[in-house]
Ligand binder design. Sequence first.
Ligand SMILES: [Zn+2]
Ligand SMILES: [Zn+2]
Length: 81
Amino acid sequence: MNIYCPKCSWKPTSNSRWMCSPIGCGFVWNTFDTHGQCPNCFKQWRETQCLSCKQFSPHEDWYHEEEPVEKEQREETLIAG
Ligand SMILES: [Zn+2]
Ligand SMILES: [Zn+2]
């Protein structure tokens, strides 16, 4: 599993930190250690801000499968009548 910003491809490191604020408790931790949940107040953050481009993206969008995805084969279907 690769973790990087879906907008700018910035990869967070183990030293990256997010703060549970301003509507949270202010706790600072690495949000990818807990899948976006504050370990102090247990608030589940659905969106994660990139520390590089400062844009918010859904937390799930940060996770990228390493395995190449097979392209869907388009079947041309002609429907007559
Ligand atoms: Zn970014
Ligand atoms: Zn919190």
